[in-house]
Design a protein around this ligand. Structure first.
Ligand code: SF4
Length: 457
């Protein structure tokens, strides 16, 4: 069996499963957020009753993160709906925007968009917050009401996005009927060259198969190239499995996975035990591809979908209006460190927005010092508009007052993960997906730029 099949077999209580089998699996964690949480709660109450209790209050994780820093009152109200439900159900893992359990969330535009407006428990973008808060464990099943839930496949678990109806059902029963996906195999060999990042690996793979090339399939990443990839790198790759239509993305378990998960579970007091899955001799793949990481170059997915692959050096005539650094995919500490390395002592020439994925990342950047400046100060000095209000922000457009949203037709190079028309705001805008290094180099020149000419010594 493949890694995905092994996890699904175990969760179904069967000795083995095959692609195409329909099986009932037990959920280990159900995550929802402010956009889909209220709808999921509505389905749960409609189907199980107004007084029903969730199947296991310790396995439901609720993370407001999407439409948070906006004056849109309906969006603010969604956070209050989550808070009311959490209190009614006594759910311990709720990462509220505010500290007062009886309060109401209201964003105050008068305080500006750059300065922190959240309380001490707020956790930021759900997919980045889940591992940071100790909710991702090898061998487990994670369902989330968000398509990029597949990011947790970096931790050797089966993680996939589901709709509100399915999530309402999981909330009530802890189970879901799933068809076992076929598995596509991506064997990674070699090591990345300077200026080439994990984002280039996944943009390359999606370019090979197209934005629907993995529809309802598992994308398994393994091979001798994996140990050189950090957990942040693996998260970037697993996150974008859905951009090829994948049901999930999954990595092998290794010492790095173990160190990360053990540390985070201990730090947060979450469940510490888990059982990873390892590879079999007799895996059946529907597709098999070897990717030599040393041959990859800085890669861009052009408008209008993540499969429109080109090399950055082929696009140097494309003029840009904006650069954006952020999201679960491209707003991690390591992403910002790479950008700071490239921008240090220089100045961007186009509007450049920086949105860390989580408050922990804000803290990292504001406390890490390079010489007499923090990394945050280096980015600000280079002209990046950095906000402390960690969250999804303009990655998915959002209400019109969202930080970094494209409210007119423009061209943007972005470290995010999705570029279908209208994704980041105006429907006539164009989004070019790239690595943090390519975004940084492009922000310095105002056109799409191969970062290798701009690497510091
Ligand atoms: S940052 Fe973007 S991709 Fe990630 S969860 Fe938020 S909206 Fe989705």
């Amino acid at each position: 069996m493949t890694l995905t099949e092994k996890i699904l077999a175990r969760a179904a209580g069967k000795p083995r499963v095959e692609a195409g089998d329909n099986v009932w699996v037990k959920a280990d964690v159900l995550m929802t957020h402010d956009v889909c949480g209220p709808g999921t709660i509505g389905v749960f109450k409609r189907e199980f009753g107004q007084d029903a209790k969730v199947w296991d209050r310790n396995k439901v994780v609720i993370i407001p993160d999407h439409y948070i820093f906006t004056a849109d009152s309906k969006s603010n109200r969604n956070v209050d709906i989550l808070r009311d439900f959490v209190q009614e159900q006594e759910i311990p893992y709720f990462y509220d925007v505010i500290d007062d359990p009886k309060g109401h969330w209201v964003f105050d535009p008068a305080k500006g968009k750059l300065n922190r407006q959240y309380g001490s428990r707020y956790a930021g973008v759900c997919h980045t917050a889940l591992p940071q808060k100790g909710h991702t464990r090898p061998g487990e099943i994670l369902f989330g009401t968000d398509s990029h839930t597949c990011m947790a496949g970096a931790f050797n678990e089966f993680a996939t996005g589901i709709g509100n109806t399915d999530a309402g059902f999981v909330m009530g029963t802890g189970k879901l009927l799933l068809k076992v996906p076929e598995t596509m195999h991506f064997r990674l060999e070699g090591a990345l060259q300077p200026g080439v990042m994990a984002k280039d690996i996944i943009l390359h793979c999606i370019g090979e198969i197209g934005f629907d090339g993995a529809t309802y399939r598992a994308m398994q990443f393994d091979g001798p190239g994996v140990p050189s990839l950090s957990m942040d790198d693996r998260m970037t790759i697993a996150n974008m499995a859905i951009e090829a239509g994948g049901k999930n993305g999954i990595f092998e378990f290794d010492a790095q996975t173990q160190a990360f998960v053990d540390y985070r579970c201990k730090l947060n007091g979450t469940k510490p035990n888990y059982e990873p899955v390892t590879r079999d001799q007799n895996e059946k793949f529907v597709y098999d591809k070897t990717v030599d990481l040393s041959k990859l170059e800085p890669t861009v997915a052009c408008h209008p979908d993540p499969g429109q692959r080109k090399l950055a050096r082929e696009l140097e005539s494309v003029k840009l209006d904006r650069a954006y650094i952020g999201s679960c995919t491209g707003g991690k500490t390591s992403d910002f460190l790479e950008i700071a390395r490239m921008l240090r002592g220089k100045r961007v020439v186009i509007d450049t927005f920086g949105v860390p994925a989580t408050p922990e990342i804000v803290h990292d950047l504001q406390s890490a010092r390079w010489g007499d400046q923090t990394v945050w100060e280096i980015l600000v000095a280079a002209g990046v508009q950095m906000t402390e209000n960690a969250g999804c922000a303009a990655c998915l457009g959002g209400p019109v007052d969202t930080f970094g949203r494209m409210n007119s037709p423009m061209k943007c190079i972005s470290a995010t993960n999705r570029n279908f028309p209208g994704r980041m705001g105006h429907k006539e805008s164009q989004v070019f997906l790239a690595s943090p290094a390519t975004v940084a180099a492009s922000a310095l020149t105002g056109k799409i730029t191969d970062p290798r000419a701009y690497l510091p010594n």
